[in-house]
Ligand binder design. Sequence first.
Ligand SMILES: [Zn+2]
Length: 269
Amino acid sequence: MRKSVPLLGAFLLAGAVAALEAAEAAASRAKATPHPDVIDDLVAANRILSDQGVVDGFGHVSVRHDTDPTRFLLARSMAPGLVSANDILEFDLDGNAFEPRGRTLYVERFIHSEIYKAHPDIKAVVHSHSPSIIPFGVTDVPLRPIYHMSSFLGAGVPVFEIREAGGAATDMLIRDPVLGAAVARKLGGSAVVLMRGHGNVVVGQSIEQVVFRAIYTEINAKLQAEALRLGRGEVAFLNAEEAANATATNNLVLGRPWELWKQQAFRPR
Ligand SMILES: [Zn+2]
């Protein structure tokens, strides 16, 4: 009897360790609750981008998780203008949702997962079909910073050609991690990458910054097209120094337009 006590103890200990390991494994697959402000800001970003005409029924915005950088937050598949806190899901960097509970996921979530995987400094991503940028993805006219508000374009705006990564017969969507990784590579160190015949991806260090950039990318495209129509010669774009300096200045005042856009997006209609 005495001999069986240590044996029993070892047995119980082994059982306890196994249970603990199982619980830890389950916890690692469970949701890591983000700060409520992050959810609120992501909901606001969805509503603002819709209100400002950057997204319509399509397009999406995500943010990297505030406590776990291997995760990000993105709405279930729906129109951004209708997103509420309950629609926000948590994803890993392979694009798998935690606790999807039968909800449909955006087909193009791999744009987000692969950009977060490839670029640890990026904290927020917008994908849209922002209409005015489309011509710049299908012609040889590069999108360039025409004024100080869009100075972040000074880092260059590459164009992603899906035929190079997915062949000549895709449906143009970024449907898998391979295509998502190709978009992330083409983005490089830029703030914006255009997608030929499709839309664009805008990245930033915060939700406020990525929303600012997505809105001013659309405005820049409109203004640049207008300048190209008006001008008889060269258009004077910001040079590299002007672009870098204006970006540093703008980064100090991102909160001002954010508050305005937020109020406009949530105003009663
Ligand atoms: Zn798309």
